[in-house]
Design a protein around this ligand. Structure first.
Ligand SMILES: Cc1ncc(COP(=O)(O)O)c(C=O)c1O
Length: 399
């Protein structure tokens, strides 16, 4: 069997039509396949590779950590320098009181931890989330995602959850003194990049404070510079009680985190002791990689040029087939009439065998809850030339 056949035979499949590209190397904003083709990566592992694939500082940090130790003990027992240093750097770059970091293995696991923490602190069970939100695939995270289609097949899920209309002022009236927490993406990603108004975000913050409900912001996709600021919530002038991170947090390695005040987080260490534990959460190699990526993001000022790159994409993506382009930072949703049209454009981009020269194609896909929208969330290091070439290929696909 060739590699593709082995993939289909032995790798558990998540859809009937996987992309099944065989990538042999990734560097910066480019992916290289087995056939010798080069692609501009407009997905970036879904907002993971914000500093580019295999950033040299990330590689160096991983190599150094490999020479010291890998896993040595379950999370929270030993003083592991990469964890401690990375948590300190995150705290330095987050507003008070978000200074206590709980590292996990993934975004969904961080969501689970945040939900448990909110229940533990508030002694309430009612949870509010929003329609068209995505928070992960484990059962707690699945209970709060905003799509009946995905929830329905896996019942029973967590009880006491309401899914409100994102951005609706009226919906905020459902938050009351029985509400344990409200969980929202700062900007809805899989809905096709849907940003709320400042007024709504501020009203949400106010309502949570007024009812004593914890505000949990999921920054798994909005974090680490994607929106032009380090954290998405900075755009709205609010601070959540718990922030959830993942994806770019690990610099290409698996890492998640939920972050709160020391006071709130302290509740997980007693009554019951070990109230939330993980073997591999905050793996030292992942923390070393993530810290190097965050340092690179800050030291190389990768957010400074973002607005110009966003505008460049917007100025090039004009075509009768494109209904609209929504964006929030270097994060764009190109909307077509239907999924079928979008899929044709995506297939053209990926299988652009016709393109000769340095770049042969573009890697892109659609959004979970907006299948008629094409995803653009490249490494923040993408060059103008790569943007132009990628847009040229997308527009050819539109033709
Ligand atoms: C906004 C958001 N939250 C949470 C998750 C879950 O993260 P993970 O896939 O690492 O479990 C995702 C993953 O796509 C996400 O986009």
């Amino acid at each position: 069997m060739n590699q593709r056949e082995l993939f289909l035979q032995h790798i558990a499949q998540t859809s009937p039509a996987p992309l099944a590209l065989e990538i042999v190397k990734a560097e910066g904003c480019l992916l290289y396949d087995k056939e010798g083709r080069t692609y501009v990566d407009l997905i970036g592992g879904i907002s993971v590779a914000n500093t580019g694939h295999r950033h040299p500082k990330v590689l160096e940090s991983i190599k150094n950590q490999l020479d010291a130790y890998l896993h040595v003990m379950v999370y929270g027992e030993f003083i592991e320098t990469p964890q401690v240093q990375y948590a300190s750097l995150l705290a330095e770059n987050l507003p008070a009181p978000l200074h206590s970091v709980y590292f996990t293995n993934s975004g969904t696991e961080a969501i689970e931890g945040a939900m448990k923490l909110a229940k533990r602190i508030s002694n309430r069970s009612k949870i509010i989330s929003f329609k068209n939100s995505y928070h992960g695939s484990t059962q707690g995270a699945l209970s709060i995602i905003g799509s009946e289609y995905w929830r329905n097949a896996f019942r029973p899920l967590l009880p006491g959850i309401s899914h409100l209309e994102y951005g609706s002022m009226e919906a905020l009236n459902s938050i009351d003194s029985q509400t344990c927490c409200v969980i929202a993406e700062t900007v809805q990603a899989e809905a096709g990049i849907l940003a709320p108004s400042n007024e709504w975000m501020q009203a949400l913050r106010k309502k949570c404070t007024g009812t004593g409900s914890l505000l949990i912001l999921d920054e798994v996709q909005t974090g680490f510079g994607r929106t032009g600021k380090l954290w998405g919530f900075e755009h709205f002038g609010i601070i959540p009680d718990i922030v959830v991170l993942g994806k770019a947090l690990g610099g290409g390695m698996p890492l998640g985190a939920f972050i709160a005040s020391r006071e709130i987080m302290g509740s997980l260490s007693e009554d019951p002791v070990l109230g939330h534990i993980t073997t591999f959460g905050g793996h030292p190699v992942c923390c070393a990689a993530g810290m190097a990526a965050l340092k690179a993001l800050l030291n190389e000022n990768l957010m400074d040029d973002l607005k110009r790159k966003e505008d460049l994409f917007r100025s090039l993506l004009i075509h009768p087939a494109i209904k609209t382009v929504r964006s929030f930072g270097l994060w764009l949703a190109v909307e077509f009439d239907t999924f079928e049209v979008n899929k044709k454009v995506i297939d053209h981009c990926i299988s652009s065998q016709n393109y000769r020269g340095d770049i042969n194609g573009v890697i892109t896909d659609w959004f979970l809850f907006a299948p008629n929208c094409l995803r653009i969330s490249p490494p923040l290091t993408i060059s103008d030339e790569q943007i132009k070439k990628a847009c040229e290929i997308i527009l050819k696909g539109c033709d």
